[in-house]
Design a protein around this ligand. Structure first.
Ligand code: DCP
Ligand code: MG
Length: 434
């Protein structure tokens, strides 16, 4: 069911898919910002083709060369090579795939805007809509103010879960170990590729396969660790491919704003800025004690990452202990209908991830963060293992009730744990407690 189709703005192109890809290419060009003086490889021009040797790879690494890269210049780490894959404007791109006449138009997926009076939030939007300032988590009424002629569509989660499964199945074929961290995002341990050039070629091949199989684009980061790979996948979105070799990590990270560090949101970023720390390089230059004094214990991880230490393991199936999803409201809210509606969406989302992974759970936890980072969780153990979305939703709703007390809420989350069952290939685990 469609909410609203803006008709007063012509689509960029009547030519179905070509309009979409032209628009993507235009955005890609406008975002292309190579960092001068670094060896981060801007590879967007090479998408979907076997990647020829890149002269930048002549740069030597300070680690031994094994050159198992199949003819590419070998820069190897002797250590891990991690790939992070993140689909571009996932829900919106699937909607465009379903209705190619939407290509090039501002497509907003989320709650019904009801002509500007709607409640609820934007799930995601196309890159065309982002030009109007619309983004995930924004109240749908605000999105409507910014982009009244946009195409507003409801969330069709079962469809997105099916596409997600197809993508994860493709990724599973290319890595010994894969960790799915959300519906459209996964880490792959591709150390077996043997070298960064070989991993780059693998990333290009994966991008091509995903596009051919699903018609969708993704962005990929390749790096020696998970956090840098995630930052790298975001670096040239959409349709990006960014490789950060081990000896490039510090140089790559240094100029980036601290908010690029996974887990650093607006609040923590602001707190760091108050002490004159704006970039990841600024974090690295400070004493660890100063950063910990600001951020608490997570400051240790942040400081280590800023210094290029990025050693989290890709968690395979055996690491899957819970499935979770959370959302931060752009504006804190105490409105019970928004809170209950968002919680129901989160419960449905985790139930679908659980089912997609062939798992059942016995524990449901709801997490609420009030204004000022005051965080609470409530859990319920169910009488038996279940993957029934109705049971999970009802349990989550009951757990939320005591939190609907008029206090402004900043973040809501739902976690399913005490899991059993599961398929052998994929893991599905969202970071829950930050
Ligand atoms: N999502 C959501 N609510 C949010 C954030 C995301 O429902 N607050 C959903 C919609 C997204 C999907 O999860 O399509 C994946 O989230 P991403 O953060 O990866 O966002 P996108 O894939 O949409 O865009 P990007 O190209 O920035 O990755
Ligand atoms: Mg994405």
């Amino acid at each position: 069911m469609e909410y609203f189709h803006g008709s007063n703005v012509p689509s960029c192109s009547r030519n179905l898919f070509s309009g979409f890809y032209m628009a993507i290419a235009m955005i890609r060009r406008s975002r292309f910002r190579p960092i001068s003086g670094t060896r981060v490889l801007p590879l967007s021009a090479l998408h979907f083709r076997p990647t020829p040797p890149n002269p930048l790879y002549h740069l030597t690494s300070n680690t031994p060369v094994r050159n198992r890269g199949g003819g590419l210049h070998g820069v190897t780490t002797g250590g891990r090579i991690i790939m992070h894959v993140d689909m571009d404007s996932f829900f919106a791109s699937i909607e465009v795939r379903r209705d190619p006449s939407l290509a090039g138009r501002p497509v907003i997926v989320g709650a019904d805007p009801k002509g500007g009076a709607g409640r609820g939030v934007v799930s995601t939007c196309s890159y065309e809509a982002r030009r109007y300032g619309v983004h995930s988590g924004m109240p749908i009424s605000r999105a409507f103010d910014l982009c009244p002629h946009g195409v507003y569509l409801p969330v069709n989660r079962p469809l997105y879960v099916r596409v997600s499964e197809e993508i994860m199945a493709i990724l599973s074929q290319h890595a010994g170990r894969i960790e799915q961290v959300s519906i459209d995002e996964a880490y792959l341990d591709v150390s077996d590729a043997g070298s960064f050039p070989a991993a780059k070629a693998l990333a290009a091949a994966i991008k091509q396969e995903i596009r051919e199989e699903t018609g969708l684009t993704c962005s990929v980061g390749v790096a020696p660790g998970k956090a840098v790979a995630k930052i790298a996948s975001d670096y040239q979105k959409p349709d990006g491919l960014t490789v950060v070799c081990p000896d490039e990590v510090a140089e790559f990270l240094a100029p980036l704003p601290v908010e690029k560090i996974p887990g650093i949101g607006k609040k923590a970023g602001e707190s760091l800025r108050q002490m004159g720390v704006r970039t990841i390089g600024d974090v690295a230059a400070r004493d660890i004690q100063e950063i910990v004094a600001r951020l608490g214990r997570p400051g240790v991880r942040v400081h280590r990452l800023a210094r290029g230490i990025d050693d989290g393991e890709v968690q395979g199936r055996e690491g899957c202990k819970s499935v979770s999803r959370e959302t931060t409201f752009e504006a804190d809210t105490a409105d019970p209908s928004i809170l209950a509606g968002t919680l129901a969406e989160l419960a449905d989302a985790v139930a679908e991830i659980l089912a997609a992974d062939g798992l059942r759970c016995r524990t449901v936890t709801v997490k609420v963060r009030y204004r000022g980072f005051d965080t609470h969780t409530r859990s319920r153990t169910l009488p038996r293992f279940t993957a029934d979305p109705g049971v999970i939703r009802r349990a989550a709703s009951a757990l939320l009730l005591p939190f609907l007390n008029g206090t402004d809420v900043r973040l809501l989350g739902v976690r399913l744990s005490t899991l059993e069952g599961g398929r052998t290939q994929q893991a599905s685990i969202d970071e829950f407690l930050s």
